[in-house]
Ligand binder design. Sequence first.
Ligand SMILES: Nc1ncnc2c1ncn2[C@@H]1O[C@H](COP(=O)(O)OP(=O)(O)OP(=O)(O)O)[C@@H](O)[C@H]1O
Ligand SMILES: [Mg+2]
Length: 113
Amino acid sequence: MIKTFENYSFDDIQIPNSIDIETIKTTAFINKKENLILYGPVGTGKTHLATAIGVEACSRAKKVKFYRTAALVNQLLETKRSGELKKFLKQLENLDLLICDEWGYIPLEKEGS
Ligand SMILES: Nc1ncnc2c1ncn2[C@@H]1O[C@H](COP(=O)(O)OP(=O)(O)OP(=O)(O)O)[C@@H](O)[C@H]1O
Ligand SMILES: [Mg+2]
């Protein structure tokens, strides 16, 4: 589902001193080649924030992909099997922003990891 910053509340979100809300909302961390890790209990807005960042980055002409991590791993395994892993990795490398949602929800096998 598409979500934006419009109705996102940062009130209960803790942000480390090394980054500020503007850097997140303007997606400036992408230009700095920094990673953002969103963590917290169920329903605390991780997917909403990740989506809002992705939508904002798209509107700034950035190349973005959003995956549930398990789906990304499946695609990596599938492309490896069909001999297209290199091509798929190249597509990922060309992205400005790769969003991996639901990281750590399902255990991954060694090869998938
Ligand atoms: N800070 C927030 N501001 C506005 N809406 C929020 C906020 N946090 C959560 N919500 C809303 O609550 C619902 C659940 O949030 P979301 O799906 O982003 O949680 P989550 O952290 O990804 O949960 P899960 O760990 O289950 O994946 C969504 O409809 C989302 O829009
Ligand atoms: Mg979520």
